[in-house]
Design a protein around this ligand. Structure first.
Ligand code: UDP
Length: 228
């Protein structure tokens, strides 16, 4: 476990994360273990918003999802911190023999996902009034895992609020991973990721993200100002 900007993150190798998840899936009961994939934006939001912070800290596993978070953790002395981006975790889950429910993303994106392994799906543009029906549908299907893609911050709040009612073994906030997996969006090519410029690649392709990316600057500043 390591801490940066007041938020605890688990320091585990990929192998250890996958082992832990296999244990969760093996259990007979529906304990809806909550996994957070923490990127810099979520991290910054949570460091400013006590409700979101509590939601993230209530998770069973918090994994560093982005280069910025890795940098913040390493500055705080967590040398062994390893990235496990949500998109790669999602790909790994799709490669296992699991029944997956996807909640979130746009309807046309969801319809592109192959049926193999998909126990059910629902887009992420529902109203609070539709939530009970949605949760009943998930509970009827009893999937091994629910992937929640509602955007960072919002999805963690949603999970923290509803996980107690969900009949599933694991529930994970996966952000834009479904967009990438469906083939609708491309992940930054390897070289951009290697140079920790994934955020810049995203900005070039989706310039309207600039407003949200200002939070990345705020995050960097807060990390630099934090005492080691
Ligand atoms: N999304 C959704 N409902 C919403 C807002 C967003 O289902 O009300 C989906 C969006 O279509 C995308 C995913 O949430 O598939 C992640 O959104 P975004 O890329 O904005 O989030 P990030 O991963 O950057 O936090």
């Amino acid at each position: 476990m390591a801490k940066a900007l007041g938020l605890q993150i688990d320091i585990l190798s990929r192998h250890a994360v996958e082992r832990r998840l296999r244990q969760y899936f093996k259990a007979k009961s529906f304990t809806s273990h909550f996994i957070v994939t923490a990127n810099a934006e979520l991290y910054y939001q949570a460091s400013r918003d006590p409700v979101l912070k509590r939601a993230v800290e209530g998770a069973d596993l918090r994994l560093p999802d982005s280069a910025g978070v890795l940098w913040a953790l390493r500055r705080q002395g967590a040398r062994r911190a390893e990235l496990y981006p949500g998109v790669e975790l999602t790909q790994w889950l799709f490669g296992q023999d699991l029944r997956i429910y996807v909640l979130g993303a746009r309807p046309e994106i969801l319809s592109r996902l192959a049926d193999r392994h998909i126990a059910g799906r629902h887009h992420g543009f529902f109203t609070p009034a539709e939530e009970s029906r949605l949760i009943s549908e998930i509970n009827r299907l009893k999937p091994d895992v629910v992937l929640v893609a509602l955007g960072s911050g919002r999805q963690e709040l949603w999970i923290a609020k509803h996980r107690g009612r969900l009949k599933t073994k694991v529930v994970i906030g996966v952000g834009g991973a479904i967009d990438v997996l469906s083939g609708a969006k491309r992940r930054a090519p390897y070289i951009w990721r290697k140079w920790r410029l994934e955020w810049f690649y995203r900005l070039l392709r989706e310039p309207w993200r600039i407003k949200r990316q200002i939070n990345l600057l705020r995050f960097a500043l807060a990390v630099l100002l934090e005492r080691k």
